[in-house]
Design a protein around this ligand. Structure first.
Ligand SMILES: NC(=O)c1ccc[n+]([C@@H]2O[C@H](COP(=O)([O-])OP(=O)(O)OC[C@H]3O[C@@H](n4cnc5c(N)ncnc54)[C@H](O)[C@@H]3O)[C@@H](O)[C@H]2O)c1
Length: 393
């Protein structure tokens, strides 16, 4: 701590750091940015100039050796997480790591060991669980199931008990992505690991968080293990999540849609800006404001999002992603909430909002999904693998 603030270092200063981490750090009163680190020192200096860090380096070990640093944020490519985390944990630093926590389960075990051995806190940025829209979706489903209400005109059979399947909840997550705009590092087996490890960990985590305390018991995946794919994840109480991830879509239309059926009702969350409920009398639409919007459209919600997007991008030329990084224009996917919750966990010794076990479990499920695709098999999720025993020497 310095002057009552947590001292933070950013390791990896690519596109994500520029549009999320560094603006978020700058907005938080409880932290002070001391270091910026990137293998590309010129890039690190550019970000230092833009966000005002005290020091720059291209060697993360220099940061681990600085006794003043309390918290390290990692937003590098994926393959370097393990050595950076081992180094940071041994130096007693708390760690906020971008998803995926690891490339595979063995790396994830080693990360869990390092964190436990050195008694530091770790948070994985599986941020969707912290988005206001998905938190509201989860609350709406729980509130309905606790006190179900149906329109009087509905025919609901009251003379029989529900069949077991009628009690199950089903979640569908639709992702339409545009992989042609990505660099090949995302699908390089040694750096990115492909879209299941790199991206679908988000939605595997959302399902585990949404259906907890039920735990996944079975996984079936199909398609390509590096790009377009589908995953069905079944839970111990009969609930399930089905994900369809298509890489051949367009950034002109929102990427993520979440739908849940539960208790004879339907709940829909569209790209973090609008939630709607059907089959529950009196249920109202909920709207979630965009961050950093500076235009003239006052409305919120999905149609307003499309209008705001078109207002911004139609009039401009150039690469949309670069513009987004230069001046973020975005829905609230929970990144800042994750920062706030993790800082609170460090300052007040509370559990991490998304700890190393969640990081391990999402990595492990992603790895099982890849195995399921490659073997054309449905696979069990053994409880003893999902909750590993960590022995510290
Ligand atoms: N949570 C989310 O919603 C979300 C969204 C986008 C990206 N991400 C994650 O953020 C991370 C970075 O993504 P990006 O799009 O910014 O990638 P990027 O390629 O633009 O940036 C990565 C940066 O890390 C640097 N780097 C690599 N190895 C390093 C090392 N050993 N030391 C210091 N710097 C190193 C690279 O030079 C590069 O500048 C990835 O893990 C990605 O999965 C998360």
């Amino acid at each position: 701590m310095k002057n009552g603030k947590l001292v933070v270092a950013q390791i990896g200063c690519g596109k994500f750091a520029e549009c999320q981490d560094l603006p978020n750090i700058s907005s938080l009163e409880e932290v002070a940015l001391k270091w910026i680190c990137d293998l590309d020192l010129e890039r690190a200096k550019e970000m230092q100039k833009k966000f005002g860090a005290e020091k720059v380096t291209s060697d993360y070990k220099e940061i681990c050796a600085d006794p003043e640093v309390d918290l390290i944020k990692i937003a590098t490519s994926h393959e370097i997480h393990l050595p950076v985390i081992e180094c940071a944990a041994a130096a007693g630093k708390h760690i906020f790591c971008e998803k995926p926590m690891a490339m595979h389960d063995e790396e994830a075990w080693r990360i869990m060991k390092a964190v436990k051995k050195h008694g530091v806190k770790l948070c994985v940025d599986l941020n969707r669980r912290m988005s206001p829209a998905l938190q509201a979706l989860k609350k709406s489903v729980a509130a309905h199931l606790a006190d179900p209400k149906h329109s009087p005109w509905r025919y609901i059979e009251t003379l029989r008990e529900p069949l077991p399947e009628e009690e199950y909840k089903h979640m569908i997550i639709r992702i339409q992505d545009e992989s042609s705009s990505y660099g090949l590092q995302h699908v390089d087996p040694l750096i990115g690991g492909g879209e299941i490890i790199g991206e679908s960990v988000h939605w595997l985590d959302v399902a585990c968080w949404f259906f907890a305390p039920a735990v996944p018991v079975e996984i079936t995946a199909w398609g390509s293990s590096r790009l377009s794919h589908g995953i069905n994840l079944k839970f111990s109480n009969g609930d399930d999540m089905t994900l369809t991830f298509s890489c051949s879509g367009t950034f002109d239309y929102p990427k993520e849609l979440f739908e849940v059926t539960a208790g004879n009702a339907f709940f829909r969350s569209e790209f973090f800006v609008e939630n709607n409920t059907y089959g529950v009398p009196g249920a109202k639409s909920e709207y979630f404001p965009m961050k950093h919007y500076e235009g003239n459209i006052k409305e919120e919600g999905f149609n307003a999002y499309i209008a705001k997007y078109n207002e911004r991008f139609n009039g401009d030329c150039g690469n949309a992603k670069e513009m987004e990084n230069a001046k973020p224009f975005e829905v609230d996917k929970g990144h800042l909430n994750m920062w706030k919750a993790f800082i609170d966990a460090i300052l007040n010794d509370k559990p991490s909002p998304c700890d190393e076990l969640a990081g391990f479990q999402s990595t492990y499920l992603a790895q099982l999904a890849i195995r399921s695709i490659e073997s054309r098999q449905t696979l069990p999720v053994p409880v003893e693998r999902f909750f590993p025993a960590i022995f510290i020497r």
